[in-house]
Design a protein around this ligand. Sequence first.
Ligand SMILES: NC(=O)c1ccc[n+]([C@@H]2O[C@H](COP(=O)([O-])OP(=O)(O)OC[C@H]3O[C@@H](n4cnc5c(N)ncnc54)[C@H](O)[C@@H]3O)[C@@H](O)[C@H]2O)c1
Length: 277
Amino acid sequence: MRFEHVLVVGAGQMGGGIAQVVAASGRRVSLYDEVSDAVERARGAMEKSLGKLAEKGGAAPDEVLGRVSHVEKIVAADLMIEAVVENAEVKEDVFRRADQTFPPEAILASNTSSIPITSLASVTSRPDKVVGMHFFNPVPVLQLVEVIRALQTSDETAAAIVALAEDLGKTPAEANDFPGFVSNRILMPFVNEAAYALMEGVAAAEAIDTIARLGFAHPLGPLALADLIGLDTCVSIMEVLHDGLGDPKYAPCPLLRQYVAAGRLGRKSGRGFYDYP
Ligand SMILES: NC(=O)c1ccc[n+]([C@@H]2O[C@H](COP(=O)([O-])OP(=O)(O)OC[C@H]3O[C@@H](n4cnc5c(N)ncnc54)[C@H](O)[C@@H]3O)[C@@H](O)[C@H]2O)c1
């Protein structure tokens, strides 16, 4: 399966990045967001990112952007990659609508960080063709794609998405459908513990991040990384881990919840653990 035409639903930081890498591979992309200026903002971010990549020998930005169309609704394609907010009801609604619009042989993938792929598959008439395709932020830079099999996902569907990830120049790693899959089950307790260390006054944010960067050779400390992911998204993922695994150790730190309640969502809102003027 070549997936010549891909619909990306959700044009936030992840959807825009996914649209960019899919278009850079020569495929046609339709990009849909319920907030129509989100697509224009995503195109602006793509232009900037493609400009930087072109300086290092990447494809011409105009050529890549020429393959990305703004669509005003869910339109049929060979593959959907859903990247809307981390909310099960919103995602299930997108999957229901895509299932009604897409041809029966098409695959429906989700970039969710934690919502069970098995539940998304269950709201469609093609559960064997539903799969998790979890990219990492920033999508044009990070190599990993976590490919998640729902209980119902067929071998053919998983293999087609593994092959697509490779064709996009990424490295796929397969995981089964358990809360948080592998990546966020490991990452989120780390982020949460850093938030507790800050809340309890163990150290300042900069010191916590310096310890992780220099002590563990991480490119970003956990608080700066949480700001990049979005604190709202982090809290949503932790709630899925907490509900799904039933262990209080996964409950989001009160400081994270408080920042989200105050609209301090990280880079995307201009302020999180740090300020982004
Ligand atoms: N941020 C990260 O680092 C990261 C990494 C991997 C995966 N993810 C996952 O990717 C998904 C998107 O995250 P993001 O960081 O891009 O979020 P974001 O808040 O930047 O963007 C979400 C977009 O979805 C749009 N949207 C909401 N409901 C919609 C609907 N019904 N139809 C169409 N568009 C809709 C919003 O308008 C917004 O533009 C989430 O599931 C998240 O867990 C995020």
